[in-house]
Design a protein around this ligand. Structure first.
Ligand SMILES: [Mg+2]
Length: 260
C-alpha cells in the first residue's frame, strides 16, 4: 500500500525511517481543551466509493459510444479495483482504464488522464455528516483546517466542489507544502498556519500511518476514522476512534457558560 492519494508517490505502510518510538495512541487522559481540528480529506471528509461511482457514471455517459459490451456496474467495479482507494499511482490507473475496458475505439491514456483530472474532483461526494460536523465545530469556535496529500489542483477542486472551504482557516496540500503526511513537518506547518499548539489540536483521518501515527508523532491529538483501512499490527489500536464524523464532537469540551 502506498501512502499518497491523487497523484502522489508510493511508500510502504510502515513508520517513516528515523522516527523511533511514537507517543502512545491510547492515552487515557484527554487534553484540557481542544481549540482546533485538522482533517484529512479523502475518505475522511469525502466518501471515495460514492465519488468513484459518480465519476464512473459520468465516464460511462461520456464514452458509451466507444466502449463495447460493458455496463456501468462493471465499469464502476473496474475503477474501484484500479483506484485502490486512491493509493495507486495515477498513471497506472489511467493505463489500466485504457487496457481493461473493452474499447471499440480506445482513447489514448492522455485523454483518460485529462478526463479524470477534469471530472473526478467535481465528482467528490461528501462523507455523511461532514457538513453538520463542520457547522457544529465552527459554532463552538473551534478553528478548522485540512491537511491532505495530493495535487493542489485536484484537492482544491474537491474542497470547492464540496462547498466546505469557508469552514477552514487553513488548507495544507502536500504538493504545495513540499512534504507529505506522515512527515511531521506537514503537521507542524499546519499548526503554524492555524495558530494552535499541537496538544490543543485534534487530527482526524482514516489512514493509520499517514494520519493517525503521523499526527501523533507531531504531538497532535489523533483520532482514527476507522472502517477504511485495517489497523496495522503491532501498533496498539488507538483509543480515540470514530465510525461517523459527528462523533468528533465528543472530543470537544462544551462551550463555557458564564455564571448567571
Ligand atoms: Mg484519507
Amino acid at each position: 500500500m502506498s501512502l499518497r492519494t491523487e497523484g502522489a508517490s508510493n511508500k510502504a505502510l510502515e513508520r517513516p525511517a528515523g522516527i523511533r518510538s511514537p507517543p502512545p495512541l491510547t492515552a487515557g487522559v484527554m487534553p484540557p481543551m481542544i481549540e482546533a481540528v485538522l482533517f484529512d480529506l479523502d475518505e475522511t471528509l469525502t466518501d471515495r466509493g460514492a465519488s468513484l461511482a459518480k465519476y464512473a457514471a459520468l465516464f460511462h455517459r461520456e464514452f458509451a459510444g466507444l466502449i463495447g459490451p460493458m455496463n456501468l456496474r462493471e465499469i464502476e467495479a473496474t475503477f474501484v479495483a484500479l483506484d485502490e482507494r486512491g493509493y495507486r499511482p495515477r498513471e497506472e490507473v489511467y493505463a489500466g482504464i485504457a487496457d481493461q475496458l473493452p474499447w471499440a475505439s480506445a482513447p489514448n491514456t492522455g485523454a483518460i488522464r485529462e478526463h479524470w483530472r477534469t471530472w473526478f474532483p467535481s465528482s467528490a461526494v461528501a462523507r455523511v455528516g461532514s457538513h453538520e460536523t463542520l457547522v457544529a465545530l465552527a459554532a463552538a469556535d473551534i478553528r478548522l483546517g485540512v491537511v491532505t496529500n495530493g495535487s493542489v489542483l485536484g484537492q482544491s477542486a474537491k474542497i470547492a466542489h464540496l462547498g466546505i472551504g469557508q469552514y477552514f482557516s487553513t488548507v495544507v496540500i502536500s504538493e504545495a507544502a513540499g512534504c507529505e503526511k506522515p512527515d511531521p513537518r506537514i503537521f507542524r506547518y499546519a499548526l503554524e498556519e492555524i495558530g494552535c499548539l499541537a496538544a490543543a489540536t485534534l487530527f482526524v483521518g482514516d489512514h493509520p500511518v499517514n494520519d493517525v501515527i503521523g499526527s501523533a508523532e507531531a504531538g497532535l491529538v489523533s483520532v482514527w476514522f476507522e472502517g477504511i483501512h485495517a489497523w496495522p499490527s503491532p501498533h496498539p489500536v488507538p483509543e480515540r476512534r470514530i465510525r461517523a464524523l459527528p462523533e468528533v464532537l465528543e472530543f470537544i469540551s462544551p462551550p463555557r457558560r458564564d455564571a448567571a
